[in-house]
Design a protein around this ligand. Structure first.
Ligand code: PRT
Ligand code: MG
Length: 221
């Protein structure tokens, strides 16, 4: 008898990039996740199902054991201060970087070596505080839920911490990257208790996904 595995994934870019990895391991949703309004998606394998939720909720579902496994951005994991999660595998999808950014005019005369106190708008409050505290820099952090790029333009903050991929969003708003906080990609995480109870099923899934990640890296090279 094979253990049932529930995998939490967020809609949007992570689901889009996770599906090909799952497909490479032989798992496909029973209906098209982009069409379906179902939040629980059965797959062609009777012991595997997906739950499709908000990105920031994935660690919580896994922490409480509502999902055995989750696919979640490293940005969300760093910000999540709960316990009970194992990070099992870097899936190398939905890659970007977490950056400190500021208006071009400020950057022209700014030196991060001189930073003592910063006023920063971000949705990554914990990560930002930790990053600067480790360097002895004080921060006044203004929590936002989106459109961080707007904050320096209207005087809400001098700088922002946000994710950057192509840099188009920053450029369009006259902002430039001044310091990197982290490289970001999505990770496979597991609930610690599930890891003990369903060890064989999870181990097998991790090894198959590891192969799928390697295969897709080789195709990209
Ligand atoms: O959008 P929603 O409110 O539903 O939730 P979400 O924003 O948490 O989900 P989603 O799907 O937008 O992002 C999920 C995950 O994708 C994040 O947690 C990251 O791990 C990863 N990811 C990868 C990104 C980006 N790249 C990215 N570029 N998440 C967001 N962005 C945003 C960024 O915040 C900025 O606004 O895209 C903009 C910058 O992109 P460029 O290309 O203009 O630089
Ligand atoms: Mg988004």
């Amino acid at each position: 008898m094979t253990d049932t595995l529930t995998i939490a994934v967020s809609k949007g870019r992570i689901l889009k990039e996770t599906l090909p990895l799952l497909a490479a391991t032989g798992i496909t949703p029973a209906e098209d996740p982009n069409e379906s309004r179902k939040l629980i998606l059965p797959t062609n394998q009777s012991n595997v199902r997906l739950v499709v939720i908000r990105a920031t909720d994935v660690p919580t579902y896994v922490q409480f054991g509502a999902a055995d496994l989750g696919v979640v951005g490293k940005d969300v994991l760093m910000e999540f201060e709960g316990r009970g999660l194992y990070e099992l595998l870097d899936l190398k999808i939905s890659r970007c970087r977490m950056m400190v950014a500021e208006p071009r005019a400020l950057a022209e005369q700014d030196d991060p070596e001189d930073w003592r106190h910063l006023r920063i708008a971000t949705k990554y409050v914990n990560t930002t505080r930790r990053h600067f505290a480790a360097k002895g820099i004080q921060t006044e952090i203004i929590k936002l839920y989106g459109s961080m790029e707007l904050a320096p333009l209207v005087g809400l903050a001098d700088r922002i911490v946000d994710l950057v991929d192509t840099g188009n969003t920053l450029r369009a708003n006259g902002l430039v990257e001044i310091e990197q906080i982290a490289d970001i990609s999505s990770r496979l995480v597991a609930n610690k208790a599930a890891m003990r109870m369903k060890y064989d099923a999870i181990r097998a899934m991790v090894e198959q996904l590891r192969g799928a990640v390697k295969g897709s890296a080789e195709r990209a090279a």
